[in-house]
Write a protein that binds this ligand. Structure first.
Ligand SMILES: [Zn+2]
Length: 217
């Protein structure tokens, strides 16, 4: 049995589940590695409990995710949230953190396809951040920041949290279609490269393990 009994986390995609798990690592700081998952489609929502183990300390946790519909093979690759609805799993500050992580990661990558993958993730995280703004909002509305940590961050980095900053970052990134094109053409190459790299470097570059794990579903 899992050590923690978590309330349901409502997500728009399996990709959003992974982002949630990234943003909520083990209390020791270690990243989660999925051990088992089920999909229960009997109710109005698709329940998707994912049991994961910490890479660092071995602690186990079950994440109780719920999706509106079953993910299909025709869904766009790595799609986070095709709707205009703001996320219910992560707040604005968390999406911006993820976007920064993927943008910073591009610096370290050498393969064009890996850069495209990272840009695609960064772009989607920025789009999720933008969804929290209402039509007249210049700065984040209260409903976009769910914790003291997020509110502190938004106060300290007021400029980065402005709608106009997020929009100008989105304008500078290649379009989703273009990024997806590169991404889907190179899936096999990408998968192989990540697998080799993950094998070489466990620990320090754990996010590559994360990518590998993400491919299984
Ligand atoms: Zn741990």
């Amino acid at each position: 049995m899992p050590a923690d009994a978590d309330p349901t986390i409502h997500v728009h995609s399996v990709q959003e589940e992974y982002f949630y798990m990234m943003v909520h690592p083990c209390p020791c700081g270690g990243p989660w590695h999925s051990e088992s998952q089920e999909m229960d489609e009997t109710g109005a929502k698709v329940l998707h409990p994912v049991t994961a183990r910490c890479f660092k300390c071995g602690k186990q946790r079950t994440f109780h995710f719920a999706l509106d519909e079953r993910p299909g093979p025709a869904d766009p690759i790595r799609a986070v949230n095709p709707t205009d609805e703001a996320s219910r799993a992560l707040d604005l500050a968390e999406w911006l953190d993820l976007a920064q992580f993927y943008l910073a990661r591009i610096e370290r990558l050498t393969e064009a396809v890996e850069k495209a993958q990272s840009l695609l993730d960064a772009r989607q995280c920025l789009e999720e951040a933008r969804k929290f703004f209402g039509p007249g909002d210049v700065a984040p509305p209260e409903s976009a920041l769910w914790s003291d940590a997020s509110r502190r961050k938004a106060r300290k980095q007021a400029e980065a949290f402005r709608r106009s900053t997020i929009e100008s970052m989105l304008e500078r990134l290649p379009s989703m279609d273009r990024l997806r094109q590169v991404d889907s053409m190179e899936q096999k190459t990408f998968k192989r490269a990540v697998r080799d790299r993950a094998r070489e470097r466990v620990g320090r570059k754990w996010w590559q393990f994360w990518k590998l794990f993400r491919r299984k579903s």
